[in-house]
Structure formats: C-alpha cells, structure tokens
Design a protein around this ligand. Structure first.
Ligand code: B12
Ligand code: SF4
Length: 526
C-alpha cells in the first residue's frame, strides 16, 4: 500500500485564471483541474490518496515528506511553480512523479526534477506504474501507447476536492478533435478521432457534481462537437437528466465554429443548458486561417464567421473566443482587424494570444526547419505575453506592442461594456431558455432562484465597490450595472452583468500589469 499525495501547483496569472476577479466572486479558483480527481479514481483502493490544489489551499510539505509518492500535474502557466515544488520535495528526499499538459510537450524541462515522468494520457500507465512501484521495479518514463477507451474512465473522486472553493465543477464528455490546426498540441496528445464516454458515465458524473454542491460545470472537452452524431445522442440524455432533476446545472464548454452550421445541435445544447461556448476564432485574416489549416473557420457553408457567431448567440448561447496574432500572413493591420471583428461579433470575453509554437506540433517542426524559432526565449516567454516564434511580416517588437495595444483596446471600459450592452441589452441574448421554461412551471423554485441570483449580484456589486481601487472604474461599474438593471430587470441578466464587471476588472488589471512592465513599455513606445 502506498501513501500518495497529488498536487496541482499554483497558477501564474492568466486570462482564464480570472485571478484578479476572485476576491469579488467569493471563490478561490475557477474550477478544479479534472486530472487530479480522475487520477485518484484510477488509483487502486489499497492505496491512500490525498489531493492538494495549491490554488485553494497551501501545500503542507511536512505532510508530503511523509508520503511514499508525490505526484504533480501542470500546464505551461504552472511550470515555474512546478520546478519550485519539485526542488522543495527533492530537498526532503521525497519520491516524485510528474504528468500533465506541460511535461507532455516539454519532457526535457522537467525530466531532471522528478523521479518519474508521464507523457500523455495516463488511464493505463498510472495503474501500471503503481503496480510496478509496489513490486519494486518501476520505470522512469511512461507513455501510453494505446489511447484511452473513454467508456472505461471512472467517475472522478470529487469527494477529495474542496469543491466549495471553485466557481464551476468540471466534467469531460469526450477527448480528441477531428481538425488539424497547425499550432495545436491537443490533437498531438489526444488524437483526431473523438472518443466519447457513455451516457451512464456522464450522468453519474453530473450527479456527483450536484452532490458536491455545484450549480454549474465546465465541460472540459477539447472540442465538444468533434463527433456531432454521438454528441447529439448524449445531449438528449443530458436534457432528460436536467428535466428530471429540475435543471440543477448550467454548463460552459469549448466547440469549433461549425457548430453554427447545425441548428439541431445548437438547439440541443440550449436544451441541455449549455449557456457559454468558447470558440477558436483565431483570426479574421483568411490567408492566416489557410496558413494555419483552420479550414473549418473558412467554410462558406452557413455564412461568414461573423454570421456564424451571431447565429450561435441568437440561439441563446454566449460565445467566448480565442484570437491569435502573429501568423506569417499577419502584418501591422492585423490588430485593428481583430479589434473590429471582436466588436462586430459582440464577443465580450476574447482571449488574445501571440502565435506560439508548442513543441511536437506541426508548426514547431515547420518553424524549426525555417530557422524561425527563438529557442533561447521559448521557455521563458511561454504563457506570458511573449512568443518563441520569429514572425515573418512584422518585427517581434511590433508584434508585442500590437498585442498589448489590442488587449488595451478590447478591455477599455467603453469597448468592453459596449460589446456587452450590444449583446445583452440591445440584442437581448437570453441564456438558460430551457431552465426558464421549466421554472415557469415551478413558480416557487423560480422565486427562490431569482432571489439567490439577486443576492449574488448584490454581493459582487458591494465587493467591487469596496475592492476596486480606481474610483473611475468603480463609477463605471456602478453606472453600467444600474443602467442594465433598469433596461432589463431580469435577475439572471443582472447577476451575469455583475459577474462581467468582475471579469472586466481581471482583464483590465492584466492590461495594466502589462503596461507597467518597463521593458514592454519601451518596446510599445518604439
Ligand atoms: C478545459 C481546459 C481549460 C479550462 C479549465 C482549466 C482548468 N483549470 O482545469 C479553462 C477554460 C478554464 C482553461 C484555462 C486555461 N488553459 Co486550458 N485547457 C483545457 C483543456 C481543453 C482540457 C483540460 C482538461 O481538463 N482535460 C481533462 C484531463 C483529464 O486531462 P489532462 O489534464 O490532460 O490529464 C490526463 C493526462 O495528462 C494525465 N495527467 C495529468 N496530470 C497528471 C499528473 C500525474 C502525476 C500523472 C501520472 C498523470 C497526469 O492523466 C490524465 C488522464 O489521462 C486543455 C486541452 C487538453 N486537452 O489538454 C487546455 C489546456 C490544458 N489549457 C491550456 C492553457 C494554456 C490554458 C490557459 C493558461 C489559457 C489562458 N491564457 O488563460 C488557462 C489557465 C487558467 C487556469 N488558471 O486554469 C493549454 C496548456 C498548454 C500546455 N501544453 O501546457 C492546453 C493544453 C490547451 C492548449 N493547447 O492551449 N483551460
Ligand atoms: S479546432 Fe481546436 S482542438 Fe481542434 S485542432 Fe483546431 S485548435 Fe485544436
């Protein structure tokens, strides 16, 4: 029997980490990483497992020192902290293992810091390692040859996480994506054939999320609609589950833009109470889309990208997006073009990245062969506002300066709230339509929910008024929220609007921090 501690290290500040918004939302992190409770469920019962998410509780290194095995997960935005933790554990003589998205693409970065590394999926290799470790002959590197059969994945051990500290629960329906975007490491790790869990597995996970006290969950799929036929069947069962239990969960997820070409699928998502979808828009520059093989964004079927975004919104789903600057076909006009697209698309939450070549991707191979990778910078700049790519039609300095300008442009209060108001006040986007229908049949429940939403909105508002240091910004939030409440006095919209104010503060703070870095300012001014 082994005593095992699994750790998710602290994140650096990132767009979706929403770190600066946390104090206003009464939580400590956006959602629990899906891998820790899953690894705990994959651990044979004779072992003892403890899960620590450093984003919600400190690491007790004394406790770790008593463990037989300490495992770490992590993404690029955790890599510095991962090394610090591994060094601390080593100094105490702890046996360490590491897996997850970062080590999967950059083995060499962590190989010297841990006793064992896991590359890629681990449903097979984690139990295999534990059996070999128990028998006294484990290996130092595990990479799963066969992709995981999703129908065999157990229900994650949410009971081992401090679920009250998170905004969302997390659930995974499928892995893999059929597309072949040149920069994407997801298809390198998880493959292009979507693999899906059974309805029974998923409904059991939804029950566990509700039992853990959550009313929303992030469906952490790479692309929820990779296999449209299969996902429709599954969504029918989720709709029936929602109807049976009184719509206890609201979902957010990630999907490709071809969602807009399938009205039946969009409607099913609305019926299943999926209210937000993150879409990889990447760029309005069609040459860049062709260059990066994001051909699904170019497909004429169903109209232009702008029309497709509007269609998803019209169905009742808010679109979040990712955009990228620095493709080979981008010149200095790209920043204004991106800003215009996001405004016209009425996308409130837009994550902006510079093109980064992730090791093991086709983009990395191509740029390496063209001598256009800055390998010295690559690890240091990852995940921040830097890139390892040497752009073709624009200097790196101009790219960085343009990136920061674009972020500033998108998150100026007028621009941000302009998009928000066009979408929710003028466009009257209606989230949660299926739940609203259900609640019309259950007025008492509706009353209770509305009260809760209004209390939450008031709580966020008061915390913003107390915690936002800039009086101008406080005035802006107060004015915007009051006006929205008067124009559309719907509790769900008011609560959502208050959340958006907190999310604005996060992005705004990120921009301020970027601008306050002197070396960047010098470049931006150049
Ligand atoms: C859902 C998702 C999100 C969600 C939830 C994030 C979260 N906190 O959990 C949201 C939208 C919030 C998000 C945000 C971000 N994300 Co994200 N996200 C994903 C996505 C699509 C799925 C992650 C997931 O839950 N998978 C399901 C679990 C079960 O899979 P897994 O973690 O890979 O774990 C398996 C194996 O890796 C292994 N394993 C993992 N850890 C360990 C540890 C040990 C010891 C062992 C043995 C095995 C093991 O076992 C598991 C079972 O097979 C991935 C893409 C992907 N498919 O990896 C990107 C991804 C992880 N995200 C990424 C990034 C960059 C971010 C952001 C920094 C973006 C930003 N600039 O804001 C932020 C970080 C914010 C934060 N603080 O969380 C990158 C990471 C790049 C990298 N290679 O390091 C990825 C890979 C996407 C990409 N290519 O850009 N993300
Ligand atoms: S659509 Fe998304 S997940 Fe699929 S290949 Fe492209 S970037 Fe990767």
């Amino acid at each position: 029997m082994a005593d095992i501690v699994l750790i998710n290290p602290r994140f650096e500040v990132s767009y979706w980490g929403l770190e600066h918004a946390m104090p206003f939302l009464g939580i400590k992190a956006i959602l629990p990483v899906a891998n820790l409770p899953l690894l705990a469920a994959l651990t044979p019962p004779e072992h003892n497992v403890i899960l620590i998410d450093e984003n919600v509780e400190p690491i007790d290194f004394e406790r770790c020192a008593r463990a037989d095995i300490v495992g770490l997960t992590g993404m690029n935005v955790q890599r510095v902290r991962m090394k610090e933790i591994l060094c601390e554990l080593k100094s105490r003589g702890v046996f360490t293992v590491v897996g997850g998205p970062w080590v999967t693409v950059r083995e060499d970065d962590l190989a010297d810091f841990a006793d064992v590394i896991f590359v890629g999926e681990a449903e097979g290799t984690w139990p295999q390692f534990l059996a070999e470790w128990s028998a006294g002959h484990h290996q130092t590197r595990y990479e799963q040859v066969e992709r995981t059969d999703m129908a065999t994945v157990p229900v994650p051990r949410l009971d081992l996480m401090r679920m009250k500290d998170y905004a969302f629960g997390s659930v995974q329906f499928s892995r893999g994506c059929p597309f072949e975007c040149e920069f994407c490491d997801i298809i390198v790790t998880f493959g292009r054939r979507p693999r899906i869990k059974t309805s029974a597995q998923i409904l059991a996970e939804l029950d566990a999320i509700v039992a853990a006290g959550k009313d929303s969950a992030f469906i952490v799929d790479d692309n929820l609609i990779g296999d449209k036929k299969a996902i429709k069947l599954l969504l029918h069962d989720v709709v029936a589950w929602q109807e049976k239990h009184g719509y206890p969960l609201m979902f957010a997820t990630e999907a490709s833009i071809d969602l807009a070409e399938d009205p039946e699928l969009m409607q099913l998502m609305v019926e299943a109470n999926i209210s937000n979808v993150f879409v990889g828009i990447e760029t309005p520059n069609e040459d860049s889309l062709r260059e990066t093989k994001k051909l699904q964004n170019l497909r004429a079927r169903g109209g232009t990208m702008l029309e497709k975004v509007h269609r998803i919104q019209q169905t009742g789903i808010e679109v979040w997006c990712g955009i990228i600057v620095g493709f080979d076909n981008d010149d200095s006009g790209i920043f204004a073009a991106q800003s215009r697209f996001v405004r016209e698309a009425r996308i409130v939450q837009a994550m902006v990245n510079m093109l980064v070549a992730i090791p093991r991707t086709p983009l990395y191979t191509r740029l390496a062969s063209e001598g256009r990778l800055d390998l010295s910078d690559d690890a240091a700049l990852w995940g921040g506002f830097g890139t390892n790519v040497i752009p073709r039609r624009i200097s790196r300095e101009a790219l960085r300066a343009g990136y920061v300008e674009l972020m500033r442009d998108l998150y100026m209060p007028d621009a941000y709230f302009g998009r928000l108001d066009t979408l929710y006040l003028d466009g009257r986007l209606q989230l949660g339509q299926a739940r609203a229908r259900y609640l019309r049949r259950h007025p008492l429940l509706r009353f209770k929910l509305n009260m809760r939403l209004l209390v939450e909105a008031a709580g966020i508002f008061l915390l913003l008024m107390r915690g936002v240091p800039d009086p101008e910004l406080r005035r802006e939030y107060r004015r915007r929220l009051m006006r929205a409440a008067l124009r559309r006095p719907d509790p769900e919209m008011i609560q959502n609007y208050a959340l958006k104010c907190a999310m604005h503060f996060h992005a705004h703070r990120m921009v301020q921090e970027m601008l306050s870095r002197p070396q960047l300012l010098a470049r931006a001014a150049a």
